[in-house]
Each structure stands twice: as structure tokens, then as C-alpha cells.
Design a binder for this molecule. Structure first.
Ligand SMILES: [Zn+2]
Ligand SMILES: [Zn+2]
Length: 107
């Protein structure tokens, strides 16, 4: 899911990320270009950086049928593209259910 690539030669694999001064400096091992990684979260659909932080549950199936919430991950919701999800999240005030759970798909 990481579309990090060298802005000069387009290398995607031989990249070295290194935390420096509160940001991430990426070095391309193919052409030695260094650049600061843009850590601003953006909506992958419309590109806005006006996104909201939300948390989503990561659920592991334990023995039997019991589902246990093992942890949460951070994700960003776009007020435009993820409006529905964001509304649910803000009302429920708890982590969003994981994507893997069966949901209605009649859209
Ligand atoms: Zn490069
Ligand atoms: Zn969006």
C-alpha cells in the first residue's frame, strides 16, 4: 500500500528511510537522491489533506467463534469521500469495525 518512489529515477525498492529532525529522510540507493518524505496524511481518493484521524479495530479470530479485538490501527477519513464512515465513527466514539468482517455489499 506504500507508493513511495524516488522522484528522480522512479526506484521503488532500493529506498532507505531514516528519521531525521522529526521527519523521514529517504535515500534512493539507485541514484543517491535524498528527499524528505511527505508525512501529511491525504485522502487517496480526492487528495485533500483535510482528513480526520480515526481508529479501526484489528480483530483476530481466536479459538472457537469468539472474536477478540487485539489492537487498533490509525487511519484517516476524508470528510467528503468517507463521510458515512466518519459520521458513524464520530457518533459511536469507538474504533471502526475491521474491513474483513462480513458486511452488506448491496450498493
Ligand atoms: Zn533514484
Ligand atoms: Zn476524499
Amino acid at each position: 500500500m506504500d507508493d513511495l518512489r524516488c522522484p528522480r529515477c522512479g526506484e521503488e525498492d532500493e529506498l532507505l528511510g531514516e528519521p531525521r529532525d522529526g521527519t523521514i529522510v529517504v535515500t534512493c540507493e539507485a541514484c543517491a537522491t535524498e528527499w524528505e518524505r511527505d508525512l501529511t496524511p491525504r485522502c487517496p481518493t480526492c487528495g485533500t489533506d483535510d482528513v480526520r484521524v480515526a481508529f479501526q479495530a484489528i480483530v483476530e479470530k481466536s479459538r472457537g467463534t469468539q472474536l477478540s479485538m487485539s489492537s487498533v490501527r490509525r487511519l484517516y477519513l476524508c470528510p467528503t469521500c468517507d463521510a458515512e464512515k466518519l459520521a458513524v465513527y464520530q457518533v459511536s466514539n469507538r474504533p471502526l469495525p475491521p474491513d474483513e468482517l462480513p458486511t452488506e455489499t448491496d450498493d
